[in-house]
Design a protein around this ligand. Structure first.
Ligand code: ATP
Ligand code: MG
Length: 400
């Protein structure tokens, strides 16, 4: 159990955190809060990623300033959000910086957390966090890291360890188990023994979590460039079976590697380009290989190709089946756009001869998404590349 009150202070010459990689506005916000007499640090995933030599996606800040004080300092730039726990969102041109007041959690009680809304000290704020690697504070003024939980050695050794008793922490908030698998997939770290034992015995608790949070972690992972590894670890640790039985069925079938190939394709594209792939398109990368396999089985049973109308029906019932059997239901709009993108694939690369695409087809608001998905397919099947390039050209031409 972590009960350390004083942090280990790691000076600049003993850590490899490169301050020049920190967002300039985030630094400015921390300095402004400190100048007003508050304690303020860079926290969480940002510090972890910087220590791992990765550029963080977001820079979160924690402070002793209360929400109203943050509002007073940053004025119109600041929007206070959240009912349970008020957070400050500071709006900058293209980004939002999240500033939260130090809060306390409960390390002892194993009941599900329903309220998480008490202000606390910096130490308490550290102890309410999930894993040691996520609980570091960085003070840009002194260039020091404050480590209350041996997070820096865990990052160096590549170890995932909960703060406090893992059984308690997973029962309090089962989404932490999915977060553990996400860090496992992203960083390839080892899971510390007790944390691993708790993960195995608390699995079923995941059904007590809020479905929307599970979906958010799922989509974050599809966007993470580690989607393939995430699905492999979700499968290996039975979470795919518990949460998404249809995906589990496919990823344990003889066709599984085809599915992983699509996930690998989106990972490669995400790593290569700065632009994030649209979530509907990412979701198609999960569904399309399943649909393709079902079509193949159906047409080999029948001994003749399937019509476009039948493909549409199959795609529709496949999506319904996946959705209704999943613990977390997918938004209706996502399912509708996915159905559209999937069915368009059989127009863009039809089973029989392709006809010229109508102006109406090209102008459909989601058509570019269908073309983006064709691009993903073409990275797996290079014979589709010429087709993809031609359609992408037609699309540009029609828009200009
Ligand atoms: P990512 O890189 O995917 O954003 P992250 O660790 O930054 O990963 P966030 O959801 O941005 O994840 O959360 C920011 C920080 O809040 C985490 O680093 C962690 O300290 C804390 N945190 C997030 N979720 C939980 C949770 N379920 N329980 C306890 N602490 C959490
Ligand atoms: Mg984050």
């Amino acid at each position: 159990m972590h009960r350390i009150v004083a942090p280990k202070i790691i000076p600049i010459d003993e850590h490899a955190l490169d301050q020049s990689l920190i967002d300039k506005d985030a630094l400015e916000v921390i300095f402004q809060l400190q100048n007003e007499g508050h304690v303020a640090y860079l926290v969480g995933g940002g510090v972890r990623d910087l220590l791992l030599g990765k550029t963080p996606k977001d820079f979160d800040i924690s402070t002793s300033a209360k929400p109203e004080e943050i509002k007073r300092i940053f004025g119109r730039r600041c929007l206070l959000i959240g009912k349970r726990f008020r957070l400050a969102h500071l709006r900058y041109d293209k980004k939002i910086l999240e500033v939260s007041t130090f809060r306390s959690g409960d390390l002892e009680s194993s009941t599900l957390i329903v309220r998480d809304n008490r202000f606390g000290t910096p130490e308490e704020d550290v102890l309410r966090r999930d894993f040691t690697i996520n609980a570091l504070f960085y003070d840009p003024k002194t260039h020091t890291i404050l480590d209350y939980v041996e997070g820096v050695p865990d990052i160096k050794k590549g170890i995932l360890r909960t703060i406090g008793d893992p059984y308690v922490r997973f029962k309090q908030d089962p989404v932490r188990m999915i977060r553990l698998l996400k860090f496992l997939a992203r960083f390839g770290f080892d899971i510390e023994q007790k944390t691993m034992r708790a993960l195995c015995s608390c699995k079923e608790e995941i059904l007590k979590s809020a479905p929307a949070r599970i979906l958010e972690e799922l989509f974050k992972m599809l966007e993470s460039a580690s989607a393939e590894r995430f699905f492999r670890v979700m499968k290996a640790h039975d979470f795919l079976d518990i949460l998404f039985p249809c995906f589990h069925h496919f990823f344990t079938s003889p066709y599984a590697e085809r599915g992983f190939e699509y996930l690998n394709a989106i990972d490669t594209l995400t790593a290569k380009h700065q632009n994030q792939i649209d979530r509907n398109v990412l979701f198609c990368s999960l569904i399309f290989p399943i649909l393709e396999c079902e079509l193949e089985m159906l047409s080999s049973d029948r001994g003749k190709p399937i019509s476009f109308t039948e493909i549409m029906q199959l795609s529709h019932s496949l999506l319904q089946g996946i959705n209704s059997s999943s613990f977390a239901h997918f938004p209706k709009k996502l399912l509708a756009i996915t159905h559209y993108i999937l069915s368009m694939q059989f127009k863009l690369t039809p089973l029989t001869q392709r006809t010229k695409l109508s102006h109406r087809t090209l102008m459909h608001e989601d058509f570019p998404k269908a073309v983006d998905f064709l691009h993903i397919r073409s990275t797996i099947h290079p014979e589709l590349d010429a087709q993809y390039r031609q359609i992408a050209k037609e699309l540009e031409h029609d828009y200009s």
